[in-house]
Design a protein around this ligand. Structure first.
Ligand SMILES: [Zn+2]
Length: 304
């Protein structure tokens, strides 16, 4: 039975290591490194393993402790972790370690409660009615990768042939602004959208209109905490808001905020940003990079 990642929907490829031959000696690809989310008894608490792999029989071989890595010399490896091929009553979900990392970047703002998030995710898998055979929600298309679950042959190779090659590229984060820029293609002048006259069709209630009495700096700070769609709605509803929120007028801290985990550009936030200030240009460059598909890594990271 083949296994697919419960987060991104791409195949988890097994590696050449046999059951009793010890861990694989070669470096594994990102789509071979896994964590297992499992529950031994139906009423039990969900558990999450450390980082392991699938052996040639497509069985998970993983350290039982959350912080364990299969290549560490003293880590206890158990290949009897319950997995869905072993028993019809045993629900187990597998995810790529790389996709798990993307989820942490998306949710944690850099804090360290990773094991709490892991158990919450495991509980979520059981709380949602997932399609047991594949460990998936069938109606979720996983950015197109679900088309290849039933493919004859290797789903990753077929995916690449059919124009979904980006799904097979590691969705790793960006170490620095330079790392991100190297994925965005050649630099061209930033296209900032032109101002359109606002034909206001919606109206704010009396209470909400007071919002627009704030000084511009305060309005900009408040806009920083709104999603882009909501800002667009607010611009349509309020001329004062529209008049202070053209992309040219919004300050750099607003654009910096677009790269925070809860906002639209979270997937492009580099780890090290010291000394970088032009977030407005970066925002529009990333947008253009996505539009022109300048980097499979960037596109896949957003998809995951
Ligand atoms: Zn994945």
């Amino acid at each position: 039975m083949r296994h697919f990642c419960s987060i991104c929907g791409v195949l988890i490829r097994s590696c050449a290591a046999e059951d009793d031959m010890g861990p694989p000696v070669e470096d594994l690809e990102w789509y071979q490194l896994i964590r297992v989310f499992y529950k031994e008894w139906s009423e039990g608490i969900a558990e999450v393993t450390g980082v392991g792999y699938l052996n040639t029989l497509n069985q998970p071989v993983v350290p039982m402790i959350f912080n364990g890595l299969y290549w560490q010399p003293n880590v206890y490896i158990n290949n009897s972790v319950p997995y869905s091929g072993a028993s019809p009553h045993c629900c187990t979900y597998l995810a790529h370690e790389a996709c798990w990392r993307v989820l942490l970047d998306r949710t944690l703002y850099g804090n360290l409660f990773t094991d709490f998030v892991a158990v919450a995710l495991a509980q979520l898998f059981w709380g949602a009615s997932l399609y047991r055979q594949y460990s998936f929600i069938r109606r979720h298309d996983y950015g197109g990768s679900n088309e290849f679950w039933d493919a004859e042959g290797d789903p990753i190779e077929i995916m690449s042939r059919e124009g979904y090659g980006h799904c097979a590229v590691e969705p790793s984060g960006f170490v620095s602004v330079e790392d991100l820029l190297s994925c965005l293609g050649p630099e061209v002048p930033v296209e900032i959208p032109t101002t359109y006259p606002i034909n206001s069709t919606l109206r704010l209630g009396n209470g909400l209109e007071k919002f627009t009495k704030f000084p511009t700096e305060v309005m900009h700070m408040l806009l920083t905490w709104l999603h882009s769609d909501d800002i667009q709605q607010l611009r349509l509803a309020s001329r004062p808001v529209a008049s202070i929120s053209h992309p040219d007028q919004l300050p750099q801290f607003f654009w910096y905020g677009r790269f925070f985990p809860d906002f639209g550009m979270w997937f492009a936030m580099p780890i090290h940003t010291k000394g970088f200030y032009d977030w407005r240009s970066l925002y529009f460059r990333v947008k253009r990079g996505l539009k022109t598909h300048s980097s499979d890594r960037l596109v896949n990271r957003k998809r995951v």
